[in-house]
Design a protein around this ligand. Structure first.
Ligand SMILES: Nc1ncnc2c1ncn2[C@@H]1O[C@H](COP(=O)(O)OP(=O)(O)OP(=O)(O)O)[C@@H](O)[C@H]1O
Ligand SMILES: [Mg+2]
Length: 310
């Protein structure tokens, strides 16, 4: 307690013309947290991250990194942050290692940082591309270089805007191992992703943005507990023909001798629903209860399917 927050976002507003992209976003991220920033396409996640990175100027409100103001103390916050941008921005005239060295030079780091650059190249599976020109890399490889550039000065706060978009399965897994390691070494991690299973596996606390406002800000377990519903899968020994109204309104699928019912956690006790099924003359040979996952909670809160880009 009392420790300076890694990131403080204070009543942040940003408009692009008539579009109100950030509507008073207000929360903090503690040092050492693994924080997820989720939300459908256009929710304002990248705008928020770009404000943090000093690339977009907020209209009002304040942002600070480890207590330093992003606008007035930019030289400090720039050093404390490593941001992996969503857009693939790169200098086509650099080779991979040069791109990392150039970025390190920006922070006044020279040869003494070369071991870390080598380690980044190996961890990001770029060692055999070290002398390849940036423009000759595939999209996924360019993204790996951007990740390396963000980490080149070992910033205490690492912000990743969809780092795994367009990245193959193998690298995605090695990337998560690496990010988990950085987290265990004390780095604060802020992650944006449309892969909700990534957020569910990794993040300790999650903010969900929707239309420029935070619609949830909770620990992962609190958020999962918000899942209002769960599914009850029932298999009968006979074909399920008719259901009383009370059950029919809960049925999502009825297929031969099996059905799926959607139950409200706060209202429908499983025991009473099973009793009602038996009372309807359906004999039960098997049941399975499936709790809603983060993806389902996300859909309930934003009315969207996660906005995942294919
Ligand atoms: N430079 C800009 N000029 C005008 N509108 C912008 C600009 N940048 C973002 N916007 C708009 O602001 C809103 C928020 O965009 P933003 O990129 O922050 O969303 P996002 O949550 O990152 O979405 P995605 O999941 O697609 O990356 C969108 O409606 C977008 O069109
Ligand atoms: Mg974005």
């Amino acid at each position: 307690m009392g420790q300076t927050a890694a990131v403080t976002i204070d009543k942040l507003h940003k408009r692009f013309g008539s579009l109100h992209a950030l509507k008073g976003v207000d929360f903090s991220i503690e040092q050492g947290e693994f924080f997820g920033l989720l939300g459908p396409n256009g929710a304002g996640k990248s705008t928020l991250i770009n404000c943090l990175a000093g690339l977009v100027r907020p209209d009002s409100g304040r942002l600070s990194v480890m207590g330093y103001d992003v606008v007035t103390e930019y030289r400090h916050t720039r050093r404390l942050l490593g941001v992996v941008p969503q857009e693939l921005v790169y200098d086509p005239f650099f080779e991979v290692r040069e791109a990392l060295q150039f970025q390190a030079g920006y922070f006044g780091l020279g040869k003494e940082n070369n071991d870390w650059i080598d380690e980044l190249l190996v961890t990001l599976n770029l060692a055999d591309r070290a002398t390849t020109n940036m423009r000759a890399l595939s999209g996924g490889m360019k993204r790996r270089v951007l990740i390396g550039q963000a980490l080149v000065h070992k910033p205490p706060v690492v912000v990743l805007d969809e780092p795994t978009a367009g990245v193959d399965v193998e690298l995605r897994q090695s990337l998560w191992r690496f990010i988990k390691r950085l987290h265990s070494e004390g780095h604060t991690i802020v992650l944006t992703t449309h892969y909700l299973e990534e957020a569910e596996n990794l993040c300790e606390r999650i903010a969900i943005l929707d239309h420029g406002a935070a619609v949830a800000l909770e620990t992962k377990s609190e958020l999962l507990a918000r899942g209002i519903c769960r599914s009850l899968h029932v298999v009968s020994s006979h074909k399920i023909e008719t259901l009383p109204d009370q059950l029919r309104e809960k049925a999502r699928h009825i297929n031969g001798n099996s059905m799926e019912l959607r139950l409200r956690k706060d209202k429908d006790s499983i025991v009473s629903v099973l009793d009602a099924i038996r009372d309807a003359g359906i004999d039960i040979v098997d049941i399975q209860v499936v709790e809603d996952r983060l993806e389902d909670v996300f859909v309930q809160l934003t009315g969207e399917g996660g906005g995942r880009e294919s």
